[in-house]
Design a protein around this ligand. Structure first.
Ligand code: KG4
Ligand code: ZN
Length: 336
């Protein structure tokens, strides 16, 4: 069957999103209702508020997604939803909605792993990209390197021992008073700073070739600030965050390239919110071209949470007829 249209729903964190995706690569609509302003005053996502807002927004977001795609429920072949990982109350809103729609409309129900969605978001704008490829996944909750052997077959070869990359960006941004979400703020401020002003420890661990650890560099930034506060030395925030960003980005790039070389895979991709970081993009681009690797990354709108990526991943489950029944539940720590 061609022209398979999937209505996808994403509510794992603080974006309520719905999209219609055709044949796994063509995005007919992509609606995102962000709650960022609501959570900013608390300096981070408040799970209870996120769930309540999802309930308020989800039906409007779905309606808009159908309208923008110029389709009705009759045209939809399957309903897909993120069922983990994420905040349980937030996930449950999407899962409950998807189950109700699948039951009421008598359509197949597809459960999607959020991170698979992030990775396969690369397919939307890169028609030629096919497995195998190496993907660096860097979001607020995840830092992993995956080898995508097939559309449904991922092997994780690196992970973080402590904070996720985005989490480190957010924490450092908060400590220097840049606010939430910190990643984009640091990205911007770092452009005005000197990345070589301060030498921070690299986000590396000793006993693993590919794994990451960000708590060391994060603590080093906090210690640097405490020391400056005590001595009355003035901190140049732009230099500080540029140096922090360099320490993080260099290790992300080094490990990803190492995996691609060790596994002899020529295609490299990036996914997740931090993949829109401009310093990461340019260093990865530079190193990939030095090594003869081809780099892919999604536009920023497909890097941060969205439902189009869920519709892409769902298509490959659809082809395998991997459907869920109405017992589908949210799984906050769903494994890949
Ligand atoms: O993928 P995402 O939207 O949500 C999760 O699934 O976690 O990623 C959000 C994370 C946040 O930590 C945010 O600070 C970070 O991505 N982020 C960035 C940039 N844009 C978003 N980090 C660094 N540079 C950016 N330009
Ligand atoms: Zn995400």
């Amino acid at each position: 069957k061609s022209n398979v249209k999937i209505l996808a729903i994403e509510s794992s964190c603080d974006e309520t999103a719905a999209a219609v995706v055709e044949d796994g690569r063509k995005v007919l609509s992509n609606i995102i209702s962000s709650q960022i302003d609501l959570h900013t005053i608390y300096g981070g996502v408040v799970p209870e508020i996120a769930s309540r807002k999802h309930i308020e927004n989800i039906n409007f977001v779905i309606k808009d997604a159908l309208k923008e795609a110029n389709v009705t429920f009759d045209d939809i072949d399957a309903i897909a939803v993120t069922y983990g990982p994420g905040l349980v109350g937030a996930l449950l809103v999407g899962v409950g909605e998807a189950k109700a729609l699948a039951y009421g409309l008598n359509k197949p129900l597809i459960g999607v792993h959020h991170i698979k969605g992030h990775v396969l978001a690369n397919l939307i704008e890169h028609e030629e990209l096919e497995p195998p490829f190496v993907c660096l996944i860097v979001s607020g909750g995840h830092t992993e390197i995956a080898i995508v052997k097939d559309y449904n077959d991922f092997e994780i070869v690196a992970t973080t021992r402590d904070d996720a990359a985005g989490e480190a960006f957010d924490k450092v941004a908060r400590s220097v008073g840049l606010g939430y979400p910190g990643g984009p703020k640091i990205d911007k401020a770092a452009k005005l700073g000197n990345p070589h002003a301060i030498e921070f420890p690299k986000a590396r661990v000793n006993d693993s070739k590919y794994d990451f650890s960000f708590s060391g560099v994060k603590s080093a930034v906090l210690n640097y600030q405490n020391k400056a506060n005590m001595t009355g030395e003035k901190i140049n925030v732009n230099d500080l965050v540029a140096s922090f960003q360099r320490a993080v980005v260099e290790v992300l790039v080094e490990h990803t390239i190492e995996v691609a070389k060790d596994y002899n895979i020529k295609n490299v991709a990036m996914a997740g919110g931090v993949a829109s970081n401009t310093a990461l993009r340019s260093l990865m681009e530079e190193k990939c071209s030095e090594e003869g690797l081809k780099l892919h990354f999604p536009s920023p709108i497909y890097c941060t949470d969205n439902a189009a990526m869920i519709g892409v991943a769902a298509y490959f489950e659809y082809l395998n007829e991997n459907f869920k029944d109405l017992a589908l539940n949210a799984v906050p720590n769903l494994e890949l």
